[in-house]
Ligand binder design. Structure first.
Ligand code: 5RP
Length: 224
């Protein structure tokens, strides 16, 4: 029986086959992506580099000798590789457990395809079991808590070391429980319009086209 860590290593390595020699790859954030970054080091001389979705991933990439480009310096990327907190049968995801959702969505939008790497614990029928991360402008927090309550959700300000967590963009995160997101495309569009919301952690408009799912019987390739 493989551990969750070993499943993450397997999918991180499996993602290498989606990296095209000579190109710049979009790189996500999180413990699964860290396995991918470590694997990517083995082909660093074959790629031009990466566009990164967080300070943490940038530091890891650079430490391994992989060049990191600003998103504004490069055009469309062929592939973005990232993890997820949940993924459903359409490739719609909840992301942002690592607080990097805004930059993740930006790099995903800049990429022709999204390859999700995840272990099978992340597979769900309906999004909403994992608390939904929402990056918000600090002055809007309490109003947004009330707005989520009106939708049946309980929003909690994410803390780090006893103080509100600050994202790489200097904003806060609300984690919302109690939601059943049955129409992810409509939900994402609606919440994105609420004043003070920077990014909602539903990735439906930026869904995955492929999921490399780590399972007890090996890596499964799911396409959507
Ligand atoms: C970070 C993310 C991550 O992709 C998500 O939280 C999954 O992380 P992990 O691979 O550590 O389980 O969205 O903002």
């Amino acid at each position: 029986m493989l551990t969750q860590d070993e499943l993450k290593t397997q999918v991180g390595q499996a993602a290498l086959k989606y990296v095209l020699p000579g190109e710049i790859v979009g790189v996500g954030t999180g413990s699964t992506v860290n396995k991918f970054i470590d694997a990517l080091a083995s082909m660093k001389d074959q790629i031009r580099g990466a566009v990164s979705s967080s300070v943490a991933s940038t530091e890891r990439l650079k430490a391994l000798g992989i060049a990191v480009f600003d998103a504004n310096e490069v055009g469309e990327l062929s592939v973005y590789i990232d993890g997820a907190d949940e993924i459903d049968g359409h490739g719609y995801m909840i992301k942002g457990g690592g607080a990097a959702l805004t930059r993740e969505k930006i790099v995903a939008a800049q990429s022709r395809s999204f390859v999700c790497i995840a272990d099978e614990s992340k597979q769900v029928a309906v999004l909403g079991r994992f608390p939904l991360p929402v990056e918000v402008i600090p002055m809007a927090c309490q109003r947004l808590v009330r707005q989520f309550a009106a939708q049946g959700g309980t929003a909690t300000l994410r803390l780090k070391d006893g103080a509100p967590l600050l994202t790489d963009n200097g904003q806060h995160i609300l984690d919302v429980t109690g939601l059943q997101i049955t129409d992810p495309l409509a939900f994402e569009s609606e919440v994105n319009q609420w004043p003070g919301v920077v990014t909602v952690g539903v990735f439906a408009h930026q869904r995955a086209q492929v999921c490399l799912l780590g399972t007890a019987s090996g890596v499964k390739t799911l396409t959507y």
